[in-house]
Write a protein that binds this ligand. Structure first.
Ligand code: PMP
Length: 437
């Protein structure tokens, strides 16, 4: 805790900026207006900064801690694993086998599975093996979807209005020929998918999609759209990849594929698998996944020093065990419904045009008239000033929602009904004060 001799957030943040570019270790952790925040402690539904301020956390580190921060059962499993084994980097451990069996049991598309340390590595390898399997070049992604930091998918996430419909890389330093190999389509647009396959089907290695694009808040998919992706990929011999890094385990133990009944060829997972410990996974059809094996002839290369780290695997087994044994989904779905309904009612009282949407534990409020958005284009109508403005005021009420445009909020098993009551009233006050300012 804060003691008189402890350095303040301002001092620590200055030190950080001297030795860490931008003062943070991941894009979108440095927030205008919050550059002096330094995190000190986290537990359950809350975290504390270096100056001792408490926040009820709806950002949730972009999504992993579905059980809440620092879950004692997960931490105990990690500590116990540490007494037995650390990384040996040869062969396999019992825990890796148990985790692979569990993922194959839970997720419909998964016959075989490989572990990574991050979601980006999982999507990278999904596209590599899709290209290896098909001998084709092109990847299809959708405007607004994020699949990690690697070059093939580093374009058209949150694009400015004049960059929608044209290649919009999120970084410089990417070879143009890599960008050229990615086609960007509009989410929920069946006609665009059919047209892309009609024009390029023979050259499409993979379609990668967040079945619910949560990197722009929440766009709910039409069933017909997901089914069209499945049908077109099957017809053209392309690999359908569901990137379930956010939706997997958070929305259902079987991912969105179990909710929708549409089964992809490959699935990428991450975040909620291990409640915050660094993990990703790529699983799917055995014939595709076996291309990663070292059998002669057609190996796709897969590696990673930390893949299947025993501490992380123990965290994942403990997390999945708790998700199965306790009414976690029931709890977070119920609180999510309460949050969305309460916020919608509060904003209606204030006369603010808003779409309060999400699914299960995820909620987001767009400041725009309805109907609910179906693709990224619709989100261009969101009033970013209001979206960011009210979130900047939430810390006055002891609540943290990431004050960046289109970011979603997450509810965990550690949040309570009282937290949601407080959230609704704080949102009402923060929106009212933003309107008045
Ligand atoms: N896919 C999706 C859908 C994601 O949301 C993210 C992370 N936000 C990733 C992939 C990349 O995962 P990581 O940050 O663990 O590399």
């Amino acid at each position: 805790m804060n003691s008189r001799s402890a350095p303040s957030g301002v001092t620590l943040a200055e030190r950080a900026r001297r030795v860490i570019p931008g003062g943070v270790n991941s894009g979108q952790r440095s927030i205008p207006g919050l550059t002096e925040m330094v995190i000190a402690r986290a537990s359950g539904a809350r975290f504390w900064d270096a100056d001792g301020r408490q926040y009820t956390d709806y950002h949730a580190a972009f999504g992993p801690p579905l059980l809440g921060h620092n879950d004692p059962d997960v931490n105990a499993a990690v500590a116990e694993a540490g007494t037995r084994v650390d990384l040996c980097g040869v062969a396999v451990t019992h825990g890796e086998i148990q985790l692979a069996e569990t993922l194959a049991e839970l997720v419909p598309s998964i016959e075989k599975v490989l572990l990574t340390s991050t979601g980006s590595e999982a999507t990278f390898h999904a596209l590599r093996v899709a290209r290896a399997a098909t001998g084709r070049r092109l990847v299809v992604k959708f405007q607004g979807c994020y699949h990690g930091w690697h070059d093939s998918v580093s374009l058209n996430v949150i694009s400015a209005p004049d960059r929608v419909g044209v290649p919009d890389p999120i970084s410089t330093g990417i070879l143009p020929e890599v960008l050229d190999a990615t086609l960007v389509l509009r989410f929920n647009d069946v006609a665009a998918v059919r047209a892309a396959f009609a024009a390029h089907g023979d050259d499409i290695a993979a379609v990668i999609v967040e079945p619910v694009p949560h990197n722009v808040g929440c766009l709910l998919p039409d069933q017909e759209f997901l089914q069209a992706l499945r049908d077109e990929c099957t017809r053209a011999g392309s690999v359908l990849v569901f990137d379930e890094v956010i939706t997997g385990f958070r929305h259902d133990l079987g991912g969105w594929q179990r909710i929708s009944g549409v089964t992809p060829d490959l699935t990428t997972l991450g975040k909620a698998i291990a409640n915050g410990y660094p993990i990703g996974a790529l699983g799917g059809r055995a014939d595709l996944m076996d291309l990663f094996s070292t059998r002669p002839g057609a190996p796709a290369f897969f590696a990673g020093t930390y893949n299947g780290h025993p501490a992380v695997v123990a965290a994942a087994l403990a997390t999945l065990g708790k998700l199965r044994a306790e009414p976690v989904h029931e709890h977070v779905y119920r609180l999510g419904e309460r949050a969305r309904a309460g916020i919608a009612e509060a904003l209606a009282d204030l006369g603010v045009p808003a779409v309060v949407t999400g699914h299960g534990s995820v909620f987001v409020t767009y400041f725009m008239p309805g109907p609910a958005p179906r693709s990224y284009d619709d989100l261009l109508r969101n009033d970013a000033g209001m979206f960011i403005g009210y979130r900047r005021r939430m810390p006055e009420h002891g609540i943290f929602e990431l004050p960046l445009n289109l970011k979603r909020n997450h509810i965990s098993y550690a949040h309570t009904d009282a937290d949601i009551d407080h959230l609704v009233e704080a949102t009402r006050a923060a929106v009212r004060d933003t309107l008045a300012s």
